[in-house]
Design a protein around this ligand. Structure first.
Ligand SMILES: Cc1ncc(C[n+]2csc(CCOP(=O)(O)OP(=O)(O)O)c2C)c(N)n1
Ligand SMILES: [Mg+2]
Length: 810
């Protein structure tokens, strides 16, 4: 079987090679490209005949990727998109069988290591976390960060992957992290389609890499279209490298080295990549390679045909400039290969691809068939004794007649058999029910597992260490407690870095990092531009490469600018690779009430609904926040910590173990005991609820106050529902809009914790208004839950339960 991988060392340095060696390399390249093309053609056919659901392929983009693969070394990273199969094959990061396994959605990491059947085809990833959650040695492997379907969505992460090389090269204290870097020599390769350069994320990442001067090599695969929309409607001057010329480094300052090359010119491509990556790797200068005149022989994807929107002339031009056609022509003209030999190579390559496809299909089909046979037998066993035997026979017959069946067909038939035989009591029926339960467990693992890493390194397993205080513990501003916590952690762990807007020189707008840049240097506590999406991407890339970033979003309201990266990339990373990749990124922000439409946000509903896969921490004060950072910095899962914007100057006691004590995630705390009603709240409203408690006590009402502390995970020990057993009444106080964070809390307490068993009165929520709060204290009073609102909300629940004892106030 031919060897697909181009090993490092196959660079085309013509002067140093004999003509025979040179020929061998070129012919091998062509074979890889040709096999890749056959995979595209066959892949499309598999979709059109119904074996796979959707197909998007890298045809027309092969030759540039062969050239790029030559300069991709161990330790390097790729963050790319769905056209990159040739590059993945050429570097050995994927292969033909895995390509087809993913196309068929094989839910097995052995068959589809990139996503275990979870991602659409041509969405790549290498597994850098082993089954116990340990990092593999990334410096010795070629690495691909898991792809997204959202075009341009990977650009922020690309920045972070490149930035890690800068830190590894410039911060000598990181030399001990040998499994991640060799002196920061690693290049982060990005690929993006011409159309997707219209995305804001592209421009944001592009500018940031120019500012940071990181070894980032962006290749733009330019086929002049984005589905049906031509370059004229996408890009100023229809030419992205023309537009970006101002980024070219020159006597005025550092910037990019920009290259432009034709996608069908093998020799020029090899030379260009050689030059570009040398600059990028050695000088740590970002480079852009604009690869023009690419084609798309089969159109955009299996969803449509490009004949609908490309002119005959364009289609003719594409046929002629097909990169493999051109490469073949050049090889024959240059006496690298004869027509007969290349014809033979193509026949062999085609056969090989077909074999790989068949094997991949047989692997999945075999598993499904075995399971189906087992289920059919179990159903037929019931039929032997069941009065419904005709219906059951029909069911198994129908199941066995399925064309290209899936696991869903078998499981649906089993469930239907159990419905048909409802009320029957045979042993055989019980066996089938047990079989179904076992299959649910297996399918949960296949399709629903690994939202979090769930390994021994999980922050949920970090030992609880209580905060300790001396008798004369100092009372400090909250921000100083945080500052001491960060200081201790920066001292303890050299891989921790923090960055964001105003985080460096002034130590963040609330001074949590004050003085730390002076102490630990600007590579560890760093100012960034105003670019929330790429601040998160920067953190994500660093976290993937073994560093411990704290990425700061200055105010919670600005989190929306980074939401795509958080939701699409950070939060889904573990899930979409089925635990093959992780990124222990800590996002630090501050929110809840302060003032104005963009500085009082508490969009917890938005956050909870879009960021499953991240822990959501809502500490009530800075000491609790510090304990959460201490926990998270010792675990390996991503999290968002929302500090109370109005709490930095409130006095708190400084624990003696401020850098060590931990606040466990998912552990709710009862802050005040009471018998009459349970009030669940968190963050900034907590203090107001505690004030209300004092007033309410004067009115003869004793409230129990529960702080869940983290919204995800939420109160894993059912503290809320247990409290309801005593009080039988529930009020949730939340600053988000009605139906936002409070609806989430209600679902957890009432449904998940079964709190409804204990309720004597309607559970209530007290929330912010549906609009954002106006600027000014009056605006705050009339838009966010106030002391009076809370007192009256509690009272109204009491009034409903005992109107005689608690008559309406007004
Ligand atoms: C954020 C986002 N917007 C829209 C899409 C739908 N979409 C998928 S591919 C595509 C065209 C991309 O064109 P281009 O970047 O030129 O890459 P090409 O497919 O031509 O290689 C579009 C619009 C998407 N996947 N993600
Ligand atoms: Mg395009």
């Amino acid at each position: 079987m031919p060897e697909t991988v181009i090993h490092h060392g196959n660079e085309l340095k013509a002067a140093e090679l004999s003509f025979d060696d040179f020929k061998k390399i070129v012919i091998n390249d062509y074979r890889v490209g040709y096999e890749s093309r056959q995979a595209s053609i066959l892949g499309r056919r598999e979709v059109l005949t119904g074996k796979a659901k959707f197909g998007i392929f890298g045809d027309g983009k092969e030759v540039a990727q062969l050239a790029m693969a030559k300069v991709f070394r161990n330790g390097d990273w790729r963050a790319g998109y769905y056209r990159d199969q040739t590059f993945m094959f050429a570097t050995g990061m994927s292969n033909l069988k895995e390509f087809f396994a993913q196309l068929y959605a094989h839910p097995d990491i052995e068959k589809d290591p990139a996503s275990a059947g979870r991602q659409m085809n041509c969405h790549y990833a290498t597994r850098y976390v082993d089954k116990d959650g340990n990092w593999v040695n990334q410096a010795e492997t070629k690495n691909t960060a898991s792809d997204l379907s959202t075009t341009g969505g990977h650009m922020p992460r690309l920045l972070g992957l490149a930035y890690a090389s800068k830190l590894y090269r410039q911060n000598k204290e990181l030399e001990y992290l040998k499994q991640f870097s060799v002196n920061g020599n690693e290049v982060a390769f990005g690929t993006i389609g011409n159309g997707s350069t219209s995305e804001g994320l592209f421009f944001e990442a592009f500018n940031a890499a120019g500012v940071l001067q990181v070894p980032m090599a962006i290749s733009i695969w330019d086929d002049a279209y984005a589905i049906s929309v031509p370059a004229k409607l996408q890009t100023t001057k229809e030419d992205i490298s023309e537009v970006l010329k101002g980024f070219q480094r020159d006597s005025k300052g550092a910037g990019y080295e920009i290259f432009k090359v034709k996608g069908w010119d093998y020799v020029a491509l090899c030379e260009t990549y050689e030059r570009a990556i040398k600059i990028c790797r050695e000088e740590h200068v970002p480079v852009m390679i604009h690869v023009i005149e690419m084609t798309q022989p089969q159109g955009h994807s299996t969803s449509g045909s490009h004949e609908r929107y490309k002119s005959k002339a364009r289609l003719g031009w594409e046929d002629e400039h097909d990169c493999l056609v051109q490469m073949r022509k050049w090889m024959i003209e240059s006496a690298i290969i004869t027509t007969e030999d290349i014809d033979e190579l193509e026949v062999t390559a085609k056969k090989h691809v077909r074999e790989c496809q068949k094997e991949a299909w047989a692997d999945l089909e075999g598993e499904i068939k075995t399971e189906m046979d087992e289920a059919v037998e179990l159903i037929e066993n019931i039929a032997e004794y069941s009065p419904k035997h005709n219906e059951l026979h029909a069911l198994t017959h129908e199941l066995q007649s399925c064309v290209d069946p899936g696991r869903r067909d078998t499981i649906a038939a089993v469930r239907k058999a159990l419905r048909i035989t409802l009320g029957e009591n045979s042993h055989e029926r019980k066996v089938l029910a047990d079989y179904l339960k076992d299959e649910f467990v297996k399918n949960k693992e296949r399709f629903n597992s690994k939202l979090f890493t769930d390994t021994p390194h999980s922050p949920l397993l970090v030992p609880v260490v209580k905060a300790e205080y001396t008798e004369d513990a100092r009372l400090l501003d909250g921000r100083e407690v945080l500052n001491a916590c960060f200081d201790a952690n920066f001292e303890r762990d050299k891989s921790i870095v923090a960055f964001g807007e105003d985080v460096g020189a002034i130590g963040d707008v609330n001074q949590g990092f004050a003085g730390l840049q002076a102490k630990y240097g600007d590579l560890r506590i760093t100012d960034t531009g105003i670019r929330e999406a790429t601040i998160i991407g920067q953190g994500l890339g660093l976290a993937m490469r073994g560093l411990r970033p704290i990425a700061e979003i200055q105010y919670l309201d600005y989190l929306l600018y980074a939401l795509t990266v958080l939701s699409d990339d950070v939060a889904s990373l573990s899930y979409r690779t089925r635990g093959g990749q992780k990124a222990p990124l800590i996002v630090r922000s501050r929110g809840h009430r302060l003032e104005g439409i963009w500085h009082s946000g508490s969009p917890l509903g938005t956050i909870l609904n879009s960021m499953r896969g991240m822990h959501i921490c809502v500490p009530r004060d800075m000491t609790q926040a510090a304990g959460m950072y201490n926990t998270l910095l010792r675990g390996d899962e991503p999290a968002l910590v929302i500090e109370c914007l109005n709490g930095y100057r409130l006095k708190e006691k400084l624990p003696t173990n401020v850098g060590e004590f931990t606040v466990p995630l998912g552990k709710a705390e009862i802050l005040r005991e009471g018998n009459d009603i349970t009030v669940v709240t968190y963050g900034s409203t907590l203090r107001i609820v505690m004030e209300a408690a004092v007033e309410l006590e004067k009115m003869g009402i004793n409230i129990e106050v529960v702080d869940p502390q983290t919204l995800y995970p939420f109160d894993t020990e059912n503290v809320c529902a247990n409290s309801l057993r005593k009080t039988n009444k529930l009020l949730v106080v939340d600053e988000d809009i009605p139906g936002g964070g409070s609806a989430y809390i209600l679902q957890k307490v009432i449904e998940k914790q079964k709190g409804y068993y204990s309720l004597d009165a309607q559970p209530k929520t007290l929330c912010g208004a549906e609009h954002r709060p106006p600027y000014g204290s009056d605006g705050d009073y009339f838009s966010k839950p106030s002391l009076d609102d809370i007192i009256e909300a509690v009272y109204s629940v009491m009034n409903e339960a005992s109107p005689g004892k608690y008559p309406a106030i007004y």
